[in-house]
Design a protein around this ligand. Structure first.
Ligand SMILES: Nc1ncnc2c1ncn2[C@@H]1O[C@H](COP(=O)(O)OP(=O)(O)O)[C@@H](O)[C@H]1O
Ligand SMILES: [Mg+2]
Length: 234
């Protein structure tokens, strides 16, 4: 089977607001991700991990290089795909857990988890049940009807993970998903992410500083100065 994601020589520069100068963030990043593979993206702060995740997740554009998705015998070339193709790919196949969780403040935990399913037009009763199962799997059923402001940072993060999974994505991107969790909850999240790939064949790309989490991945890729370097473990 072809890899689900093939990114080749991606570059990205940001224009600094007060000058003509640009900051080159990605300098030819290449990465392939197989169906069901869990890849940990490590490397120092500022190396470009978040930028690469956003580009792979189709949330941000890139300047040059190529990005291809292969899902259900379809090949989608992101550089040439139209907006509706990209939007439908994003809604049906991609889940994202941001570094800062972005729960909708006026909705309960359960409603937040349901949101992507409802936006996609799935049956409400099915989405509600799926959301309950996911809240249980991240240990948050006891806070099901709480508002985000009534939850701790770690609890909000677990709800955000459940929300990213509700549409049963083919690939999940997570940016520092255990960054603000204690040991016990960090392990639960790691179990969930790795278990996902085993149970459902969901690929995961996880940017993390956690060695414990990275060691659970199938493969570790290091980002150094805007490029990906394979980590050759024994
Ligand atoms: N929107 C932006 N505008 C300008 N510079 C940015 C922007 N986003 C990120 N950067 C810069 O790109 C570099 C890489 O950032 P990032 O991808 O967040 O790295 P990492 O996640 O590895 O810490 C940093 O130097 C950061 O300042
Ligand atoms: Mg980052």
């Amino acid at each position: 089977m072809k890899p689900i994601i093939t990114a080749d020589a991606i570059t990205k520069a940001y224009r600094t607001s007060d000058s003509e100068a640009t900051t080159s963030v990605l300098k030819g990043a290449s990465l392939t991700v197989q169906h069901g593979e869990v890849v940990a993206l490590m490397g120092p702060s500022g190396a470009g991990k978040s930028t690469l995740l956003h580009i792979l997740a189709t949330l941000e554009t890139f300047d040059s290089g190529s990005l291809t998705y292969d899902i259900d015998d379809r090949t989608i070339d992101l550089a040439s795909a139209g907006t509706s193709t990209v939007t439908s790919l994003r809604h049906s196949s991609i889940g994202v857990v941001f570094q800062f969780h972005h729960l909708l403040p006026e909705f309960t935990a359960h409603e937040n988890v349901m949101m992507p399913g409802l936006l996609r037009g799935d049956r409400e009763a099915d989405v509600a049940q799926c959301a309950d199962e996911l809240l249980a799997s991240v240990g948050m059923m006891h806070r099901r009807d709480h508002m985000p402001r009534e939850l701790s940072g770690g609890e909000q993060q677990r709800v955000a993970i459940a929300r990213a999974l509700v549409n049963r994505p083919s690939v999940l991107f997570a940016d520092e998903p255990t960054g603000n969790l204690d040991q016990e909850h960090a392990e639960a999240v790691a179990d969930l992410l790795v278990g996902l790939s085993t149970r459902n064949g969901t690929a995961c790309v996880i940017a993390t500083h956690s060695v414990e989490l990275a060691q659970r991945a199938h493969r570790i890729v290091r980002m150094v100065d805007g490029r990906c370097v394979e980590d050759l473990r024994g």
